[in-house]
Unconditional design. Structure first.
Length: 367
């Protein structure tokens, strides 16, 4: 309701804005995730798994507090104070739970120790299992790995560091399902962590979570060049999957690309007005990665996309063709066009991270 200073329409010497309608709901879209949480029994699950913090100020009712924070983040909250937006009007009644106050949620979060955080992580895994058992399991499991820089303001928070982007913050890692966009697994890391820091263990945790949720058979892991790690490749093969990971133009990769015959390049449809072609070759694997359990083969398949850097429709053409090369290391045996096109779809994880993170963390990993 908007009124003038004396309550007269059009009197704008002073304006009072009051959200005093008890039926008012500011974030009606939260009904969908709130209903999903209710159907999966999220509040009761978290209450049963997460122990009460030792700090008396943290209180109990972990489920209601965790859901209050999660739903507020879905509504765009980027600070703990924003949790109070869920208490406006009839939002709580619509969501089916009384949202906790921001101060209450803040005290609870600050009281959590490492054990309680791991218990919350276990609850997330169980919720994934329940959702997949209810029919949300993907028909084909494609896991996208990526990381993002979560910027913060203030150096007092534990783990806050400057990383390769020179942004102060954290460097979390994500595993998402390409089919649904859901976050399968996530882990917070300090801001100076390398992109592939802890990636092998993180992947093993993610695929174990998928197995517990009911996935059987093979799977595909896609990632950018920040995850170019032969130990990660071996872990993926050990668990029965395949990998498709962007590579950098290091000397041995460059030599292999330059050795591709011009007649082997195939044109492909490419977004925009640019021209793109693809080809493939192989590169040798170091002996140390061909020993021990689950060794890599002697050579890995290298799929390469090259994109013309100038517009073919431009009247002034360069004297020499100038290409940008984008190599991919993969264990897949599918058709060349399929492997390249599906790897290119990995870029959609940037949209997932953009939705999942808060507005204060704008930077994702390069690669």
């Amino acid at each position: 309701m908007v009124t003038g200073e004396r309550g007269l329409p059009g009197d704008l010497d002073a304006i009072e804005v009051a959200f005093d309608d008890e039926r008012l709901v500011a974030d009606a879209g939260l009904v969908l995730p709130a209903t999903l949480c209710d159907r999966l029994g999220a509040e009761e699950l978290i209450d049963g798994l997460v122990e009460r913090p030792g700090d008396p100020a943290a209180g109990a009712a972990a489920g209601a507090k965790a859901l209050s924070v999660a739903l507020a983040m879905l509504a765009g909250a980027d600070s703990i104070e924003d949790v109070d937006r869920l208490r406006a009007g009839s939002t709580g009644a619509v969501l089916g739970l009384p949202p906790r106050a921001a101060t209450t949620c803040g005290n609870w979060l600050r009281g959590l120790g490492f054990g309680q955080v791991r218990q919350l992580d276990a609850a997330a895994g169980e919720l994934l299992r329940r959702a997949w058992r209810a029919g949300a399991r993907p028909q084909r499991l494609v896991i996208d790995l990526d990381s993002s820089i979560a910027e913060v303001h203030g150096k007092a928070k534990a783990g806050v560091r400057y990383g390769h982007t020179r942004v102060l913050g954290y460097h979390p890692i994500f595993a998402t399902s390409a089919e649904s966009g859901e976050v399968i697994h996530a882990r917070l890391r300090h801001g100076a962590a390398n992109t592939q820091y802890g990636a092998v263990r993180f992947f093993c945790e993610a695929i174990a979570r998928c197995r517990r949720a009911g996935h059987e058979g093979t799977f595909l892991v896609r990632a950018d060049s920040g995850f170019l790690n032969y130990d990660l490749f071996r872990a993926i093969l050990r668990h029965g999957g395949h990998f498709s990971v962007s590579a950098t133009m290091q000397a041995h990769v460059r030599a292999a690309v330059q050795a591709i015959d011009e007649a082997d390049w195939r044109p492909i449809a490419y977004p925009g007005s640019g021209r793109a072609e693809i080809a493939e070759t192989t590169i040798a694997v170091d002996a140390k990665h061909r020993r021990g359990p689950h060794p890599l083969p002697e050579r890995l398949r290298l799929v390469v996309r090259r994109v013309l850097n100038h517009d073919p429709a431009h009247p002034q053409q360069p004297l020499f063709s100038d290409y940008r090369y984008l190599p991919i290391l993969t264990s897949r045996a599918d058709e060349l066009e399929i492997v390249e096109a599906e790897h290119r779809d990995h870029a959609q994880i940037e949209l997932v991270i953009g939705i999942s993170r808060t507005p204060a963390s704008p930077t994702s990993s390069a690669g």
